[in-house]
Design a binder for this molecule. Structure first.
Ligand code: SAH
Length: 221
């Protein structure tokens, strides 16, 4: 159970960081209310959980800023029957939000300790419609494809076209950051046959997407 002060911090976060910045989709706000964000933070940094920024989760990775999680979720336009592929489980926070909105979530993470911790947290919270896999998410999850929605929570050097054309359903939607390692543009992509129609959402900064359709592990540029 969350304490009263945690609930207050959560409500404040939703109002000031999300609603006041224009995110009004009721289902998205409800999902944010249902997920105790502090549970996705390492024990020593839980008082950072409702701050207006990304935060370290170990292994050089970060849990995304609350506003960015809400924005990506809203632009994914999820329907309750959707099957969603998520790339970059990280702490599992975004995964938990998606799990409240869609039918099944398939989430891939390349750092094993992060995946293991995310699994523990999701189980403890009683979230059962999430399937986790260790590996390179840019290769997707062919056995479970095609997906209605794809969310990528790490910065891609360019649009991962093979992934989107092979594993996103026709008419499906993806949301991901694309750009250099210093700055990316968050984009919404709609697949229409062999076309991938992109619309820009806002500039953002994510950790890098590493893999076949991402950055090479040691690439610097
Ligand atoms: N939404 C997460 C953000 C995690 S940060 C959260 O809020 O906690 C991005 C994550 O993507 C990191 O954990 C990183 O290890 C992972 N990642 C990077 N490239 C990946 C790839 N090709 N496949 C799977 N995970 C990847």
């Amino acid at each position: 159970m969350s304490s009263v002060s945690e609930l207050t911090s959560l409500e404040q976060m939703i109002q000031q960081q999300v609603v006041d910045r224009g995110i009004r989709e009721t289902r998205v706000l409800e999902a944010l209310r249902q997920v105790p964000r502090e549970r996705f933070f390492p024990a020593g940094s839980r008082d950072e959980a409702y701050a207006d920024r990304a935060a370290p989760i170990g292994h050089g990775q970060t849990i995304s800023q609350p506003y960015i999680v809400a924005l990506m979720t809203q632009r994914l336009e999820i329907e309750p029957t959707n099957r969603v592929l998520e790339i970059g489980t990280g702490s599992g926070y975004q995964t938990a939000i998606l799990a409240h909105l869609a039918a099944e979530i398939y989430s891939i993470e390349r750092v094993k300790p992060l995946l293991d911790e995310a699994f523990e947290r999701l189980m403890e919270l009683g979230i059962r419609n999430v399937h986790l896999q260790l590996g390179d998410g840019t290769m997707g999850w062919p056995q479970q494809a095609p997906f209605d929605r794809i969310l990528i929570a790490a910065g891609a050097p360019q649009l991962p076209r093979a992934l989107l054309l092979n594993q996103l359903k026709d008419g499906g939607i993806a949301v991901l950051p694309v750009g250099t390692q210093e700055e990316q543009m968050l984009v919404q992509v709609k697949r229409n046959g062999h076309e991938l129609a992109q619309s820009e959402i806002c500039p953002c900064r994510f950790v890098k997407l590493i893999g076949q359709e991402g950055w090479a592990p040691e690439e610097k540029v």
